[in-house]
Design a protein around this ligand. Structure first.
Ligand code: PLP
Length: 394
């Protein structure tokens, strides 16, 4: 007899877990690890938002709110979607949740049945395939590599659609690649999508973190998709609010109603305090954060591009670089042979104390993810160490 459900037994053990555990153990020992594996900004929540949270506590905004979030916050989000993204939604078409991760999970549970397929371009964010499987659906992976800038082409999309396709997942700017779809690329995908009766889930949580390019939201470019697109966004990345747990979705009325009802039974409202802070956060974006990320990206990418055996595209957004390290597979250090990204990252951490996330975690075994959400000083140290590491491979 099984003690655990088939549902949770099916969750794949995280490909990042052993590296993560090793990184933490080394840091606890006091080893000077440069941690390039983190997925959160190294900036503080804007003070105005933080004080709004404190004020909410002191003023007694500490009770249940409507399950979908306060009307005040949903109104402010509707305004944001209109002015910043060109998307017209009423507050009734918005559900606020405990993080964008929660919004995404709600979506898959609300639209997928066992037997459904969800098209998922790889490299993908680690939680998408697991969330899709937990909903009973099957992720259909479309592999994209450097040749297309890690982006799915209209041809690839079309070839992946079957009668069982329920939804297509898009994430631009992307975690882990930093790829940002251009206006024309999105329109071309939209031209395919309008021909089929499938949902589009577009995760735009990194929209503010773009460098010399512009972010576009698909349904603003292809309004015919409005009725079957669900837009996901959140406060974690743009406002450095990872710990506040606040995200949201906007979509067609029937889906939003179902999500709202689901959430009312599963978790209820996201924290009232976070919601109060979120309203103020939307007016408190710090462009200095983007400037800092931009400068770090330029430094890190050009350093990686100069390293033997490494190929690195210039990511247009988010705060990750995703170099291809497969040119170093087959090489060894101290008798240990590197065959996979996991081998590479494990050895790099053990011998030179730089923590990176192996590409296997994202369905991209030839690459590794380095986060530059850490100080320039740390990034420079990491570059020196990676160079030293590579120079010793034989
Ligand atoms: N989507 C992507 C692509 C992410 O990288 C993350 C966080 O790492 C999330 C969603 C979830 O963010 P949160 O749940 O903190 O809002």
């Amino acid at each position: 007899e099984q003690r655990l459900s088939g549902r949770v037994r099916g969750i794949a053990p995280s490909a990042t877990m052993s590296i993560d555990a090793k990184t933490k153990a080394l840091m606890k020992e006091g080893q000077p690890v440069v941690n390039m594996s983190v997925g959160e900004p190294d900036f503080d929540t804007p003070k105005a938002a933080a004080f709004a949270g404190i004020k909410a506590i002191v003023d007694g905004q500490t009770r249940y709110t409507p399950a979908a979030g306060t009307l005040e916050l949903r109104k402010r989000i509707a305004q944001k979607l209109m002015t910043e993204n060109g998307l017209q939604y009423t507050p009734e078409q918005i559900v606020v949740s405990s993080g964008a991760k929660h919004s995404l999970f709600n979506i898959f549970l609300a639209i997928c049945d066992p037997g459904d397929e969800v098209i998922l371009p790889a490299p993908y964010w680690v939680s998408y395939p697991e969330q899709i499987r937990l909903s009973g659906a099957e992720p259909v992976i479309v592999s994209c590599n450097e040749d297309t800038g890690f982006k799915m082409t209209p041809e690839q999309l079309k070839a992946a659609i079957t009668p069982r396709t329920k939804a297509v997942m898009l994430n631009s700017p992307s975690n882990p690649t930093g790829a940002v779809y251009t206006k024309d690329e999105l329109k071309a995908l939209g031209e395919v999508l309008v021909q089929y009766d499938v949902y589009v889930v577009t995760d735009e949580i990194y929209e503010r973190l773009v460098y010399n390019v512009e972010h576009y939201s698909l349904p603003a470019l292809v309004p015919d998709l409005m009725n079957r697109t669900i837009v996901v966004n959140g406060f974690s990345k743009a406002f450095a609010m990872t710990g506040w747990r606040l995200g949201y979705l906007a979509g067609p009325q029937d889906v939003v109603k179902a999500v709202s009802s689901l959430q009312s039974h599963a978790t209820g409202n996201p924290a009232s305090i976070s919601q109060a802070a979120g309203i103020v956060a939307l007016d408190s974006f710090d462009p200095g954060m983007v400037e800092a990320f931009h400068e770090r990206r330029d430094y890190l990418v050009s350093a990686l591009q100069n390293m033997n055996g490494i190929q690195c595209l210039v990511p247009d957004g988010a705060f990750y670089v995703f170099p291809n390290i497969s040119g170093l597979y087959g090489k060894s250090l101290n008798g240990k042979r590197i065959e996979t990204s996991n081998d590479f990252c494990t050895l790099l951490l053990e011998t030179d104390l730089v923590a990176a996330v192996p590409g296997e975690a994202f369905g991209a075994p030839e690459n590794m993810r380095l986060s530059y959400a850490t100080s320039m000083e740390q990034i420079k140290t990491a570059v020196e160490r990676i160079e030293r590491f590579i120079s010793r491979l034989e």
